[in-house]
Design a protein around this ligand. Structure first.
Ligand code: ZN
Length: 462
């Protein structure tokens, strides 16, 4: 039985799906006005790990991750670059899909775009106005009346009075309450807009998620995920909109991933301290970035630094080193004790550090294994459990020899290395040890280390 930490109620709870065997999962996706940074990658991978674990646990999962493709920032960027907002959004959607693939993230069941659900948004806003939860103001905006929803604040644990006291003094007299937020934004000159009963305009950001989750998962579903920075106000607003419009509950379990920090500060576009996935992929393999993310518990903050990424690379190489030379044997039995410990860790609110500890334990046992049958079991278990985290599916030889590294083509080729190793072998056979050592040094200078064992020489890139 899986347990998750539910932000709603702030406690660890057993996961009981609404419909036995099925899980509806909604995750707030990306606003596509730029490339993904490591903070986005972390959120994407946190829920990818959840998705994979639910699938291997036997659930029939409907996983929805939306794309916000109409937004102020998209419109501004498109205008500055002289392209249409649609073209700019499509360019970054394509780039996101490429990055997601490089990170080994499985495609969600549905990846709805806000522009494709404007009718659903308009319908939901109409229902909210009819039931007194929203009002149109002069100028064509429609606002949500926060005061009409007594449960407002139940997710973030905030009280309306405190929030109001903290809200900036609003000069906008048309708002009934300073906390009221836009559901519909009246069209401005030169912006994409859709006709509506309140005039031409476009959806506010919060209502998109309510409309898309209702359309694809129904009013009530199991798990809603997103970054911790979305808990308030975005998720609080989603609850207010969906529960009021649908006259039903909303997500039962709310999961929030911790943020990525740089020097103790949140990595964000606005702070300018971000590392894009693209730039990171020029230096690190996607699997290394993935390992860096998965090595921490999804709720903890993580610090992104070169040292942390290098540590992920070393750990991953250690695991691949254990698998080196172990044939892939699909019929090998798995080590049930290790599988059970891995599953127990994952069932415990996705304790990925605990799950990775099992991988290291398997690698250690594999390095010590003397018996082929035992080694086959350990290797098969390591590959299978690694695969459940989206790891260890590459050829160990290729990984350790750097064939999959970014820029591998520019480095000393495998053929060139093999040729030097052959020259060294010939020199040593001719007792020219100085020449043999010189070749070893030359390779070491190029970052290649050799290991002589059992009469043959293997190599790896450091
Ligand atoms: Zn959302």
């Amino acid at each position: 039985m899986m347990h998750v930490y539910n932000t709603l109620g702030r406690r660890r709870e057993a996961l009981h799906p609404r419909v036995p065997g099925k899980i509806g999962l909604y995750v707030c996706g990306i606003t596509v006005y730029d490339h993904l940074h490591i903070g986005h990658a972390r959120s994407m991978l946190a829920y990818d790990v959840l998705y994979r674990h639910l699938l291997t646990s036997g659930f029939d999962v409907t996983y929805v991750r939306n794309i916000t493709d109409v937004d102020d920032k998209i419109i501004e960027r498109a205008r500055a670059g002289g392209e249409t907002p649609e073209a700019l959004a499509q360019r970054f959607i394509d780039a996101m899909t490429e990055d997601a693939r490089a990170l080994g993230a499985l495609p969600p069941t549905h990846e709805p775009r806000a522009m494709g659900h404007v009718d659903d948004v308009i319908r939901m806003i109409g229902t909210l106005i009819d039931s007194g939860h929203a009002y149109a103001i002069d100028g064509g905006d429609v606002l949500y009346a926060v005061r009409s929803f007594p449960d407002y604040g139940k997710l973030s644990g905030r009280r309306l009075d405190e929030l109001r006291a903290g809200a900036r003094i609003v000069t906008d007299e048309s708002k009934r309450d300073p906390l009221d937020f836009a559901l519909w934004k009246a069209a401005r000159e030169g912006e994409p807009s859709w006709p509506s009963p309140w005039g031409a305009g476009r959806p506010g950001w919060h209502i998109e998620c309510s409309a898309m989750s209702t359309a694809l998962l129904g009013a009530e579903f199991d798990i809603h995920g997103g970054g911790l920075d979305l808990e308030f106000p975005h998720h609080e607003n989603e609850i207010a909109q969906s529960e009021a419009a649908n006259g039903a509950g909303f997500a039962r379990y709310w999961m929030h991933n911790g943020l990525v920090r740089v020097d103790g500060e949140k990595m964000s576009k606005s702070l300018g301290n971000f590392l894009t996935v693209r730039d990171a992929l020029a230096e690190w393999r996607g699997e290394e970035l993935r390992f860096f993310v998965v090595a921490s518990h999804y709720r903890s903050p993580v610090d992104c630094s070169t040292e942390a990424l290098a540590a992920a690379r070393r750990a991953l190489r250690g695991l691949y080193t254990a698998l080196r030379g172990q044939p892939v044997d699909p019929d090998a039995p798995l080590d049930e004790g290790c599988v059970a410990r891995f599953v127990a860790a994952m069932d415990d609110d996705l304790n990925t550090p605990g799950a990775i500890a099992v991988l290291h334990e398997l690698a250690g046992a594999l390095n010590r294994a003397r018996d082929d049958a035992r080694a086959a079991t350990l290797a098969a278990t390591l590959r299978t459990l690694g695969g459940r985290l989206g790891l260890l599916q590459d050829d160990p030889e290729a990984v350790l020899q750097g064939a999959l590294d970014p820029g591998a083509a520019a480095a000393l080729s495998a053929e060139a290395i093999e040729a030097l190793i052959e020259k060294r072998r010939a020199a040593r056979a001719a007792k020219d040890f100085a020449r043999g050592d010189a070749i070893r040094d030359e390779l070491a200078a190029a970052g290649i280390s050799l290991e002589d064992a059992g009469g043959r020489t293997t190599w790896r890139r450091d």
